[in-house]
Ligand binder design. Structure first.
Ligand SMILES: Cc1ncc(COP(=O)(O)O)c(C=O)c1O
Length: 454
């Protein structure tokens, strides 16, 4: 029986573990995702936010009516804001201009104040979101800074909840944990608990290009040259948070922004799971690491947050295209049309003389044209075929088009993949017609349009 909760905070945790089937087809091990999107704030951060608050209350650091301050990319803020509503605290969050606008709007929905700071400054720069939140914590009376990076209540939440839940859900049969690392709370807390139960378990931390974790783990060197701006949200850092326990994470695997973004979309389309960008990074990491996962083993991947926070980013074609993240082979006719690469269909009536078609084609610089009868598509004409008949019989110019026309171009829906269009375009039929049924418009896609995107 689903439990009945006294308030929303009791609904945190006990999230489902769901088998990943399609993306991991080639992997002999069983791969499961821990869907932390099922938490009330739609992310794993609800767990540690509540734990940090309750530990601070017990320690007397957070007093009734106090103000919670935090530098947060959104998810921790959401967890803190929800708890603050129930417990009667005020929230002020600082975040960076890299974060989704939706994340900021969502925090404000819970009554939090949000201050947006520049991303590309050093953590100790007075403008950074770390520094601004620390200053506010000192200036505002009765304020408490949660400090998710160094507050060890963060990893303790995962040691107490996420780890034991996974152990129970898998019946103690768990060989690999794959987890994006930001503050490190999830990987360190969950990993520490699970390794105490099964010392052979491997923790694979997912890192970003532009973050310091991997090099630090492998060489012990904090290398500032590893730091540069990146797009992936929620994981990787430009400093070493106390919550990252490098002895728990066995290996850090870096995933590119593009692979993470593309995989975020695949998780929705192939598994029906609407998860965020760090889930995409973690799943892409699973594929990169697959040689380590053997038949009979169980791999768990943490899906930290929900896809709805990335609608304007990884789930937006325009945003993906601007960054070169859309796989060319994944393009459909719709994208070709919206890129302006194909024109709306032009046609001439079958009883018009051939010279009329010639005029229209040269006026618009068309290599082919569609032929209609009573506005229904009945045929087509292309340059090379027209050239052949004109050379043979120049007087054909004055005859009706129906005497020389060829079969109509194939007709497909606008969602047809470009790969498929490419196979339909042949020397005999050098164009395909695509129909957008919503707008009732028809477009013509030619061989040269397809060549431009392949
Ligand atoms: C979306 C998302 N994914 C992954 C993480 C990383 O989790 P952790 O901070 O526990 O390392 C965070 C938080 O930093 C996050 O917000």
């Amino acid at each position: 029986m689903p439990k009945v909760c006294a308030n929303i905070l009791e609904a945190i945790g006990d999230t489902p573990l769901v088998r990943i089937n399609s993306i991991t087809r080639a992997i002999p091990a069983a791969v499961y995702a821990k869907l932390e999107t099922f938490n009330p704030g739609n992310s794993i951060k609800d767990r540690m936010a509540l734990k940090m608050i309750e530990d601070a209350e017990r320690a007397g650091e957070l007093k009734p009516g106090g103000t919670i301050i935090e530098g947060t990319s959104g998810n921790t803020g959401m967890g803190l804001a929800i708890a603050a509503v129930i417990k009667g605290y005020k929230c002020i969050f600082t975040t960076t201009d890299k974060q989704s606008k939706e994340k900021v709007d969502a925090l404000q929905a819970f009554g939090a104040e949000v201050i947006v700071c520049p991303t590309n400054v050093e953590p100790d720069d007075p403008r950074s979101y770390y520094s601004v939140s620390s200053r506010l914590a000192q200036e505002i009376p009765n304020a408490w800074k949660a400090n998710q990076y160094d507050n060890l209540s963060n990893s303790a939440a995962h040691y107490e909840q996420t780890g034991p839940e996974l152990w129970k859900q898998t019946g103690g049969k768990l060989d690999h944990l794959v987890v994006g690392v930001g503050t490190g709370g999830t990987a360190s807390g969950t990993g520490r608990y699970l390794k105490e139960r099964n010392p052979a378990l491997k923790v694979w931390g997912i890192d970003t290009y532009g973050s310091v974790f991997k090099k630090y783990k492998e060489t012990g060197i904090f290398d500032k040259h590893e730091i540069y701006p990146y797009i992936t949200e929620g994981i990787g850092e430009d400093f070493l948070p106390r919550n990252v326990d490098f002895s728990v994470v066995d290996h850090f695997e870096k995933v590119t922004d593009k692979d993470a973004a593309v995989m975020t979309r695949r998780i929705a389309r192939e598994e029906g799971i609407f998860a965020g960008n760090s889930a995409g990074a973690a799943m892409a990491g699973v594929l990169q690491l697959q040689r380590h996962f053997r038949a009979g083993e169980v791999v768990v991947v943490i899906f930290h947050d929900h896809g709805s926070r990335y609608l304007a980013k990884m789930f937006n074609d325009e945003w993906m295209r601007e960054r070169g993240f859309l796989e060319k082979s994944g393009l459909t006719a719709r994208e070709l049309v919206s890129m302006g690469l194909s024109g709306e269909l032009f046609s001439v009536e079958a009883d018009e003389p051939v010279q009329h078609a010639l005029r229209v084609m040269s006026q618009h610089d068309f290599s082919q044209i569609s032929i209609t009868r009573d506005h229904r598509l009945v045929g087509s004409l292309n340059e090379s075929q027209l050239y052949r008949v004109l050379v043979e019989r120049p007087e054909v110019k004055n005859e009706a088009l129906e005497t020389v026309m060829q079969p109509a171009f194939p007709f497909v829906d606008i969602s047809t993949p470009v790969d498929l269009l490419a196979t339909m375009i042949t020397p005999e039929s050098p164009a395909v017609l695509v129909r957008d049924f919503k707008t009732a418009k028809t477009f013509i896609i030619t061989r040269s349009d397809v060549i431009r995107v392949l």
